[in-house]
Design a protein around this ligand. Structure first.
Ligand SMILES: Nc1ncnc2c1ncn2[C@@H]1O[C@H](COP(=O)(O)OP(=O)(O)OP(=O)(O)O)[C@@H](O)[C@H]1O
Ligand SMILES: N[C@@H](CCO)C(=O)O
Length: 332
């Protein structure tokens, strides 16, 4: 369930009106998702039916949200299919902590975005991976001139802080693996090859459940990337590695799927070829991407947030992925 805060039809109607999105025709809480309160809302605008998603942010604050929402707006304006946060109509008062696309509903920060069409593909084939790779490269290029800055809050500094917190919950052999990997990643991050990697705003959590497709299984059409709330400035290669680690992995074993890997990498490179430094560091960043989610899943598993309704994901999956990435490095 993902309606933590009940929004009445009157409140939703007033908000959609203030955004110039027409008359509310239906409002329905969304069951999926674990972080925020989400509703599907439909309106009639100039005689046409329109579909929206209303999100009330349960954890992120008014101060934190502008980076994410304006990044989505920037990408949407540059033709990348992402949910486009809707702005207040002219003359509507901007309340405390708000801006034109960040609103307040029931005392919580809120946004309204267009509803993406289609559905997630949880068992992707090479064609899905190619569509994701191409769009990821387009998103990286389109975000180059985005001017707000926020580091990846789940980057190296956070791993260094969090690994010691989860260590007491690991078996000695696992603790040795995670310690060695953290030392390796600190070493990589200090290298000149790493400093040469191109970087910019990245999604940093582009898993199968954050992409929508229309079309057929043979000819999927990517309709959008969503859930940008782990975005931040990091290397493009790290984002590509996180994406490969979910889309091109055999979930039961954590092993690399060759066909999906090649499809994703080739499509990415058809838009933005990797630099020499990126080709060299791909194996290291695939390990970094696996470490990032092993650590966050261990943290969620062993130290659940108070009153959290979050169902923790299995940390052992990313432990397996990391071990595979170390044992069988993938070269571009
Ligand atoms: N713009 C959108 N268009 C269509 N569907 C959406 C959109 N945003 C969210 N959804 C639907 O709502 C569901 C929940 O959204 P989301 O995954 O962002 O939840 P959350 O609680 O905000 O985050 P988390 O993924 O961390 O649980 C998604 O699985 C998707 O089905
Ligand atoms: N994609 C993350 C969850 C946070 O969005 C994971 O699978 O651990």
């Amino acid at each position: 369930m993902a309606v933590y805060t009940e929004v009445s039809e009157d409140e939703a109607r007033a908000l959609l009106h203030s955004l110039g999105l027409g008359e509310l025709t239906s409002l329905r809480g969304i069951e999926g998702g674990i972080e925020n309160t989400n509703y599907f809302a439909s309106t009639e605008q100039a005689g046409e039916p329109r579909d929206w998603v209303l999100t009330l942010f349960e954890r992120l604050t008014h101060a934190q949200l502008p980076f994410y929402l304006h990044l989505m707006k920037h990408l949407a304006e540059h033709g990348v299919p992402v949910p486009d946060p809707q702005a207040k109509a002219e003359g509507v008062r901007i309340g405390p902590g708000e801006d034109d696309i960040l609103h307040t509903v029931c005392g919580k920060p809120a946004a309204v975005v267009n509803r993406l069409r289609g559905k997630s593909e949880l068992a992707p084939g090479p064609a899905h991976c190619a569509a994701v790779g191409e769009m990821l490269a387009r998103a990286h290029l389109a975000a180059r001139d985005y001017d707000r800055r926020l580091p990846n809050l789940r980057g190296l500094a956070w791993w260094n802080e969090t690994v010691p917190v989860v260590l007491p919950h690991l078996e000695p052999e696992q603790a040795a693996v995670i310690r060695a990997e953290l030392a390796y990643q600190n070493h990589v991050a200090a290298s000149s090859a790493y400093a040469a990697l191109p970087r910019g705003p990245v999604h940093a959590d582009l898993f199968r459940d954050n992409v929508m497709f229309e079309g057929t299984p043979e000819q999927p059409v990517l309709s959008g990337f969503f859930d940008w709330y782990f975005a931040g400035v990091d290397t493009w290669l790290f984002d590509l590695a996180v994406t490969l680690n979910d889309w091109a992995i055999d979930l039961p074993t954590g092993a690399t799927d060759e066909a999906r890997t090649q499809a994703l990498l080739n499509a990415y490179q058809s838009v933005r070829p990797l630099t020499d430094a990126e080709r060299r560091l791909l194996p290291a960043m695939l390990r970094a991407g696996a470490l990032r989610f092993w650590v966050s899943r261990l943290w969620d598993w062993h130290l659940p947030r108070e009153a959290s309704m979050l169902t923790p994901h299995d940390p052992r999956h990313f432990e397996r992925v990391l071990r595979q990435r170390v044992a069988a490095p993938l070269h571009a």
